[in-house]
Design a protein around this ligand. Structure first.
Ligand SMILES: NC(=O)C1=CN([C@@H]2O[C@H](COP(=O)(O)OP(=O)(O)OC[C@H]3O[C@@H](n4cnc5c(N)ncnc54)[C@H](O)[C@@H]3O)[C@@H](O)[C@H]2O)C=CC1
Ligand SMILES: O=C(O)[C@H]1O[C@H](OP(=O)(O)OP(=O)(O)OC[C@H]2O[C@@H](n3ccc(=O)[nH]c3=O)[C@H](O)[C@@H]2O)[C@H](O)[C@@H](O)[C@@H]1O
Length: 423
């Protein structure tokens, strides 16, 4: 089948390449010429393991092309996946301006039946809005169907997740559209949830919010553990063996970040509020997440005292390991907190760039640790686990580590002479 992917970001590029793997012909459309140029030349403009190779392969085999010509792209493809951003608006709601622009163009240029698929994370009722936006732009009525087909991939393991989904959700009242979608996904071996578009839209938010709840629960429990002198990781392990609970998303840390959890939690809270409901449990999870970096900085201060003039090394600025994405990274909340206390901050990340003039970014761990009063680990990159900590000790003014991701072993670090604090 001929598939058009609108928006060649993390989700769009991954989705497009996965459909190439399934034997479909894909066109990637974007308004950002720089991104298109990079992708067309076989270079991914963001870091995502495994995607580069797949891009080269499918460009070479001519299974994928990239364009900014929206009119022809819409005319030439029968299935259109909308993968544009849905950022957080000022009031917490999801801002649909990019989705609206795209769907208006679809209405304007479509010349025969199309299936329009919302893969972007969009609030309940968006499929209906999209239908209206398209109709408003059509000069004469041309049939089409709108489908909600949310994406559940994670950055850092996007390719693996998109190739091996736990489930595929297809939301539409149209049987014809659902059948086309099922045909498209026929080579995937996972349950397919067929439902209406509103349920499908809510499934996406409910899933992200539930995972966010798990993280905030364990982070809040970690605060109690600190007082009780119990290690939170042992608690996660102990409860995780219960199949009803599971081990995933129970890793305590400096809080969840990224381009999705924070905005999707806010958007779901907004949806509830608009319907005169409160999701109090989610409100609490949001609050725990917002205060988690503050608790962490408090721990740093209670050991180091006044931070003014102190030199702090930060390891990791991406919102999680294996990505260069720093959107809503909790590392930035820590860095901002340190800068507000007038500390000097130096950082290192294997892939991400800081873009903050007040912070010096180094190219390796050694230069980052040189003469620092303490080091804070903000991202769980494997490199920080495997690095030769014993050697680094002599570089630091004082060998104090605050491990915001609990990736090092306290007893081992103490043994080699570090003062070690974790979550
Ligand atoms: N990043 C992730 O891991 C996941 C994201 N999502 C959702 O998927 C959506 C996309 O997320 P990302 O890929 O991270 O966004 P992104 O910001 O990386 O990419 C969005 C792309 O859309 C393009 N765009 C904007 N307006 C356009 C237009 N009118 N025509 C063509 N292209 C246009 C932008 O230039 C950009 O390249 C969001 O709703 C997000 O919540 C869902 C699951 C995972
Ligand atoms: O809608 C989305 O965009 C995506 O959001 C998340 O994926 P992602 O944000 O890429 O990354 P996660 O692995 O979920 O991590 C999110 C944040 O939670 C933190 N986290 C995660 C797990 C954990 O146990 N503890 C923890 O602090 C991470 O460090 C990170 O800051 C979801 O996991 C995906 O299923 C979803 O598709």
């Amino acid at each position: 089948m001929n598939i058009l992917i609108v928006g060649t970001g993390y989700v769009g590029t991954t989705t497009g390449l996965v459909f190439c793997e399934m034997g479909h012909q894909v066109t990637g459309l974007d308004i950002d010429e720089q991104k298109l140029k990079s992708l067309q030349s076989g270079k991914l403009y963001f870091y995502e393991p495994g995607l580069d190779e797949l891009l080269s392969k499918h460009l070479q085999e001519r299974n994928i092309t990239f364009t900014s010509d929206i009119e022809n792209a819409i005319k030439e493809n029968d299935i259109i996946f909308i993968c544009v951003g849905t950022p957080q608006g000022e009031d917490g709601s999801a801002d649909l301006k990019y989705v609206k622009t795209v769907t208006e163009s679809i209405g304007k240029y479509m010349d025969k039946y199309k299936v329009i698929v919302n893969k972007s994370t969009v609030p309940v009722g968006t499929a209906e809005l999209v239908t209206n936006w398209i109709k408003e732009k059509q000069e004469t009525f041309i049939p089409f169907d709108v489908v909600s087909n949310p994406e559940f991939l994670r950055e850092g393991s996007a390719l693996h997740d998109a190739l091996n989904p736990d489930r595929i959700v297809i939301g539409s009242v149209s049987k014809k559209a659902r059948n086309i979608m099922k045909e498209l996904y026929k080579n995937f071996h996972c349950p397919i949830v067929e439902t209406d578009s509103k349920s499908s839209e809510l499934i996406k938010y409910a899933a992200n919010a539930f995972l966010a709840l798990k993280i905030s629960y364990i982070n809040e429990l970690a605060r109690l553990c600190k007082t009780l002198d119990i290690h939170i990781d042992g608690i996660s392990e102990g409860i995780g063996y219960d199949k009803r609970i599971g081990h995933s998303f129970l890793k305590a840390g400096i809080g969840f970040g990224g381009s999705c959890f924070p905005k999707d939690v806010s958007a779901l809270l907004y949806t509830a509020k608009k319907s005169n409901h409160r999701l109090t449990i989610l409100e609490a999870a949001k609050e725990v997440n917002e205060t988690q970096p503050i608790h962490f900085i408090q721990m740093v201060k209670s050991r180091l005292g006044e931070l003014k003039g102190k030199s702090i090394a930060i390891l990791g600025i991406s919102f999680k390991a294996n990505t260069d994405d720093t959107r809503e990274s909790p590392a930035f909340r820590i860095i901002d907190g340190l800068l507000a206390e007038q500390a000097y901050v130096t950082c290192y990340d294997p892939k991400a760039k800081i873009g903050n003039q007040k912070v010096i970014q180094q190219n390796n761990i050694e230069d980052t640790l040189r003469n620092c009063d303490a080091v804070i680990i903000c991202t769980e990159w494997e490199e920080f686990q495997l690095t030769e900590w014993e050697k680094h000790k002599s570089l630091m003014k004082s060998s104090v580590i605050f491990d915001g991701r609990n990736i090092l072993e306290k007893s081992k670090m103490n043994e080699i002479g570090y003062e070690y604090y974790n979550i």
